[in-house]
Design a protein around this ligand. Structure first.
Ligand code: ZN
Length: 493
C-alpha cells in the first residue's frame, strides 16, 4: 500500500478509497469500451482484464486496514465525513462477506455471459444461453449465502441496488400499481391509436441533430459530455468531467430521442454531484431507483410534456419536413403519448411499462426460488405477456432475450425502474409546488430552473443521504405510489 501512515485516519481512508475509485474508473472505461467500440471477439480477453481489476479493487477495499480505519472514525461528527464513514462502512460490511474469489468469478461470468447473450439474441437462440443463465443463478445463490441473516433471498439482491427496500414493500407497491394498470390498458386497447404518424423513415443524421439540440438546451457541454451509438443505451461516469451517454438510433422510429433524454437524466445526476465527493463512495447517485426517477423525469415528465413539444416540434418538423410537415403538433404529442401494449420494455409507453417490470420482478424471484426452471423460461414469459399485455411473442429475441440484465447477473435491478417511475412523480409534485407549472418555461426551451432545483435538492448530494431519507427530505413523505397513479389517471384515463 502506497499510502503514507503519518497522515490522519480520515486522510488515510480517503487515500485508499481514492485508489479504489481509480481502479473502478479503469473498470468503467473497459466496460464502456466493451459496449460501444470493442470488436465482439475481444469479449473473452476483456472478461479476464475486468475480472482482475474487480479482484484488485475488492481485495484492497475489504482489507483489515480499511476496517480498522472505519472503527477509528466511527464517531466523526462533521456531516459529510459522517456520511462518508456510514456509506463506506455499509459497503465494507457487505463486500467483506463476499470472498474475493467469488467477486472475481462473478465479474468473469458477466463478461462471458453478456457476449453469449448478444449472440443468442441476434439469432433468437435461447438454448445457447441456458448454460450461462444457469451459471449466473448458481453464482447468485453463492452470493446470497454470504448473507445468511437476511430472511428473503431476494432482499439480499435488492439491497445492492436499493438500500432499505424489502421485497415485501416492492410487492405492496407493485400490487397497487398492477390493479390500476390492467383496467387502464384494457380501456386503451379498445380504442387503438393511429401509429402511422411516427413511422419513418427518419434518417439517422436528422435524429442525431434533434438529439444534439435537445441535449444542448438541457445543458450538455462538449467539454464534459459525449454521446455514442450502442445497441443497448446506458450512461456512464468514469470520473469527474467525463459523462458518457449512449443511444440507439433506428431509422424506423424516433425512440432514440427519448432514450437520449433518458440517459441525459442519469448523466446530469452524476454530473451535478459536488466535485468534493470525487474518488469517494459519496461521488455517485444514491440508489438505482433515485437514479431512474431522474432519467424518467427528463424522458417523460419533461420530454413527453406539451410545453416541451411546443418548443421543439417546429424544430423537429424543420429537420424532417417530408415526414412531419402535414402532422399537427397536437396529433404528434398524442402519438408519442399513445398507450399501446407491445413486446419490448425499452419501447414501452408510460402505462404499459410497469407491467413489463412486474413480469420481470415475478420471474426473477421464481427463478431464484427454483419454481421456474431456466429451460421453461421462454414459455412462462410468453404466457404471461399474453395474460398481462395481450401480446403474442413471436420469438425469444423479442421476448425473454430482449434485456441484457440477467446476463450480467443483475437480478434485483428491474424493480428499481418502476420504483423510479413512482418516485419521479413524488418529486415532480414537489417541483411544481416550489416552481409552479413549468410548461410555459419548457415552451421557450428553458430548462435551467428545473435543473437547478434538482441539482440543489438531489444531485449535488451524491450518496450523502440514503435513498429513503433523501426522498423524505425532498418530498416530506416515504415511498408512496398514489401521486404516480394519480398522474397516470389524469394523463391517460
Ligand atoms: Zn435508466
Amino acid at each position: 500500500m502506497s499510502v503514507a501512515t503519518t497522515s490522519s485516519p480520515l486522510e488515510r481512508l480517503k487515500a485508499i478509497l481514492g485508489e479504489i475509485a481509480d481502479l473502478r474508473h479503469a473498470e468503467a472505461i473497459l466496460d464502456w469500451d466493451s459496449r460501444v467500440s470493442m470488436p465482439p471477439a475481444g469479449a473473452q480477453a476483456r472478461a479476464e482484464a475486468s475480472a482482475t481489476l474487480t479482484r484488485l479493487a475488492h481485495e484492497q477495499f475489504v482489507s483489515d486496514e480499511v476496517g480498522e480505519l472505519l472503527d477509528e472514525l466511527s464517531s466523526v461528527e462533521e456531516e459529510k465525513d459522517a456520511a462518508l464513514i456510514r456509506v463506506t462502512r455499509r459497503e465494507w460490511d457487505r463486500s467483506r462477506r463476499v470472498p474475493t474469489e467469488l467477486a472475481g468469478e462473478m465479474s468473469h461470468a458477466n463478461g462471458v455471459a453478456v457476449a453469449a447473450w448478444d449472440e443468442a439474441k441476434a439469432s433468437s437462440d435461447f438454448a445457447s444461453f441456458i448454460p450461462h443463465l444457469e451459471r449466473q443463478l448458481e453464482l447468485k445463490h453463492r452470493y446470497i449465502e454470504c448473507f445468511p441473516e437476511t430472511e428473503t433471498a431476494y432482499d439480499v439482491l435488492l439491497e445492492d441496488y436499493e438500500e432499505e427496500m424489502t421485497t415485501d414493500q416492492v410487492v405492496d407497491v407493485f400490487d397497487r400499481v398492477k390493479q390500476e394498470l390492467v383496467p387502464l390498458i384494457e380501456r386503451h386497447r379498445q380504442r387503438p391509436v393511429d401509429g402511422t404518424l411516427l413511422r419513418g423513415p427518419f434518417p439517422v443524421s436528422g435524429q442525431r441533430e434533434a438529439g444534439r439540440r435537445v441535449l444542448q438546451a438541457f445543458g450538455y457541454e462538449d467539454a464534459t459530455w459525449r454521446i455514442d451509438e450502442t445497441p443497448h443505451p446506458f450512461a456512464s461516469k468514469p470520473g469527474v468531467g467525463d459523462i458518457r451517454l449512449t443511444t440507439h438510433t433506428d431509422e424506423n422510429d424516433l425512440t432514440s430521442l427519448f432514450s437520449t433524454m433518458h440517459e441525459f437524466g442519469h448523466g446530469v445526476y452524476e454530473f451535478d454531484i459536488d466535485d468534493g465527493f470525487s474518488r469517494t463512495p459519496l461521488g455517485r447517485g444514491t440508489s438505482s431507483a433515485i437514479h431512474e426517477s431522474q432519467s424518467r423525469t427528463w424522458e417523460n415528465l419533461v420530454g413527453r410534456s406539451p410545453g416541451f413539444w411546443h418548443w421543439f416540434y417546429p424544430q423537429l418538423q424543420e429537420i424532417f419536413p417530408e415526414q412531419l410537415a402535414g402532422v399537427a403538433e397536437g396529433s404528434f404529442v398524442a402519438a408519442i403519448n399513445a398507450v399501446q401494449p407491445g413486446l419490448i420494455r425499452g419501447d414501452a409507453d408510460e402505462v404499459t411499462y410497469g407491467l413489463h417490470i412486474i413480469l420481470r420482478f415475478e420471474l426473477e424471484r421464481e427463478l431464484l426460488a427454483g419454481t421456474v426452471a431456466v429451460r421453461d423460461l421462454p414459455e412462462v414469459w410468453n404466457t404471461r405477456m399474453k395474460e398481462y399485455l395481450g401480446v403474442d411473442v413471436p420469438d425469444d429475441a423479442h421476448g425473454v432475450l430482449q434485456d441484457m440484465h440477467w446476463s450480467v447477473g443483475m437480478f434485483g435491478y428491474f424493480p428499481t425502474y418502476q420504483l423510479g417511475n413512482v418516485i419521479s412523480v413524488q418529486i415532480w409534485e414537489r417541483v411544481r409546488a416550489d416552481l409552479g407549472d413549468l410548461q410555459e418555461q419548457f415552451a421557450r426551451g428553458e430548462f435551467s430552473s428545473l435543473r437547478e432545483w434538482l441539482r440543489e435538492q438531489i444531485y449535488r448530494h451524491g450518496s450523502t443521504y440514503p435513498p429513503r431519507e433523501l426522498l423524505r427530505r425532498v418530498t416530506g413523505s416515504d415511498l408512496d405510489p398514489e401521486p404516480y397513479l394519480e398522474y397516470l389517471r389524469a394523463k391517460f384515463a
